[in-house]
Design a protein around this ligand. Structure first.
Ligand SMILES: Cc1cc2nc3c(=O)[nH]c(=O)nc-3n(C[C@H](O)[C@H](O)[C@H](O)COP(=O)(O)OP(=O)(O)OC[C@H]3O[C@@H](n4cnc5c(N)ncnc54)[C@H](O)[C@@H]3O)c2cc1C
Ligand code: SF4
Length: 480
């Protein structure tokens, strides 16, 4: 612990963003990188706790107090080494992680927590800026081949670890570019796609082969996987969208969030979309159904496309602004989140149940809805009840469904491989992350269900270690 009184002297620095009036006109990242000096000062707030709950809460087991201390002392090189020992993509989590660690930070009990996520970002960006990150291909190859299906964070982390262990890795991706949801889901204003390209360039130089535009199970027979590879990792994500099966759903102008966001990201990267397939909010009254992070990304996208107004509705009640007794420290709390996209303009409503879409000439024009309330039944379980007389309509020209994902797409690859599914429809595995088919492993959302980037990285790393053990009888890769 560099400065024993750091947490008493220095206040938490709020995240810095470009002004709304400026950023709303473009798709560049809204967040401003903290300076090295600011990161050093903020790191001094870390108390180097005897039991660091930040580390306990971090799915990849980051050495947070250790690298905070190193940053405070200006020893960026050692901080960089420690950070990258646990995380294959800190430049991504440093930008996008909801920072589970910060909600468990001991300082957060009676003060603002340490800026762990931003300190992580400062370390990794320092590493890129000062040439600490260089391709380091393995010195010895094992002659074992592993196929990874899917190039999202789980696939990337798994491939990186396996390549480090000396195996020859091929990553298959059905999209035209690698990155999974990082590329075609999360908008550029949250993650500049150059950040993914920068990482992929290094992974390629280290020997990983990426084959894009190949949908395994369609363009490449699933049955050939175990003929051509000694082991396989299924990291195809969880993309079957939850639908809203209400009257009027088939009207034109109602889209799934991922269709909307994917197309928008492609347009931002320069792709031309045929007019009859275009999903554009310009001049429209946009309704986003679903109050989560995906919905917030749709809000930010609609505002940038020039929507005349954006409304976001959610069936659940408005969350509390501070911890409640149901979520005591160090639990990750359900709190009201106001994202940068919300700050850019949107009317938000909670406790709203959708009843039916109303259309004109085949296009959606209104949503009929009703307010709901939640009361506990005799077992203490919340029961939803419509509030009598609260029915109302929202005028809309376009609706985006951001109501979650069910499970991975099972048709094609997964059914052809005959892997078993768990009760939720995700790929079922044992504790080693091996599926019901010997030699085929799984990681990330495809196994866990739609989750977070940091969990996908953890899953990819754990699968890599199990695959290494399976191939070599032992493994020197880290357990996480
Ligand atoms: C809109 C949106 C915003 C999000 N924002 C955040 C955020 O800010 N922070 C956060 O922590 N998490 C966020 N998440 C969640 C996070 O993105 C996911 O949990 C994470 O990307 C899962 O990684 P993955 O590698 O398992 O799957 P994915 O990222 O979904 O990648 C899977 C890849 O596999 C490919 N694939 C699938 N099947 C095949 C096949 N048969 N052949 C070849 N390729 C195939 C897919 O094309 C895809 O590229 C967000 C999710 C969404 C939808
Ligand atoms: S819990 Fe907070 S104060 Fe304690 S070691 Fe972790 S980051 Fe530092």
């Amino acid at each position: 612990m560099g400065d024993i009184k750091g947490f008493l002297k220095v206040k938490r620095q709020k995240s810095q963003y470009r002004p709304v009036c400026e950023r709303i006109k473009d798709y560049s990242e809204v967040a401003v990188l903290p300076s090295d000096a600011s990161a050093q000062e903020q790191s001094s707030r870390c108390m180097d706790c005897g039991t660091p709950f930040c580390h306990w809460a971090c799915p990849v087991g980051n050495y947070i107090p250790e690298w905070n201390d190193l940053v405070y002392k200006g020893n960026w090189k050692e901080a960089f080494k420690l950070l990258t020992a646990c995380n294959n993509l800190p430049e991504i989590t440093g930008r996008l992680c909801p920072a589970l660690c910060e909600y468990s930070c001991v300082l957060g009990i009676n003060d603002d927590p340490v800026t762990v996520r931003e300190n992580e970002l400062s370390i990794i960006e320092y590493g890129f800026k000062h040439g600490l990150i260089k391709a380091q291909p393995p010195k010895v190859r094992t002659n074992k081949k592993v196929g990874v299906i899917g190039s999202g964070p789980a696939g990337m982390a798994c491939a990186d670890q396996l390549n480090k262990a000396g195996h020859s890795v091929v990553v298959f991706e059905k999209d035209d570019k690698v990155g999974g949801i990082l590329r075609y889901g999360i908008p550029d204003f949250k993650l500049d796609k150059k950040i993914i390209d920068r990482r992929i360039k290094i992974l390629k130089e280290e020997g990983i082969e990426f084959k894009t535009g190949i949908n395994v199970g369609v363009d490449y027979p699933a049955g050939d996987l175990l003929k051509n590879f000694d082991a396989v990792c299924l990291a195809g994500g969880s993309r079957a969208p939850r639908d809203l099966k209400i009257e009027g759903r088939t009207l034109k102008g109602i889209y799934f969030a991922m269709d909307y966001l994917t197309q928008s990201n492609k347009r931002v990267s320069g792709a031309k979309i045929p007019a009859d397939q275009l999903i554009d909010a310009k001049g429209k009254k946009v309704l986003v159904i679903g109050g989560g992070d995906t919905g917030a990304d749709c809000v930010g996208t609609a505002n940038r496309q020039g929507a005349s107004c954006v409304v976001q509705i959610e069936v659940m009640p408005k969350p509390a602004e501070c911890r409640t007794k149901d979520f005591p420290w160090p639990k990750y709390p359900m709190l009201l989140k106001t994202s940068t996209s919300h700050e850019e303009g949107a009317e938000r409503k909670w406790s709203i149940l959708t009843k039916k879409f109303i259309g004109k000439d085949g296009w959606v024009k209104k949503l009929s809805c009703v307010e709901v309330e939640f009361k506990k039944d005799t077992n203490g379980c919340p029961v939803m009840k419509e509030r009598a007389g609260s029915e109302f309509e929202i005028e809309i020209d376009m609706a985006v469904l951001a109501v979650g994902f069910l499970h991975p797409e099972q048709e094609g690859l997964l059914k052809e491989l005959h892997v078993e599914f768990d009760p939720k429809g995700n790929v079922k595995t044992d504790l080693r992350q091996m599926t019901s088919v010997k030699g085929i492993f799984s990681a990330g959302d495809m196994r866990k269900g739609q989750s977070l980037i940091v969990w996908a990285i953890q899953e990819g790393r754990r699968a890599a270690r199990s695959i290494d053990e399976y191939l070599m009888g032992k493994s020197n890769l880290p357990v996480i």
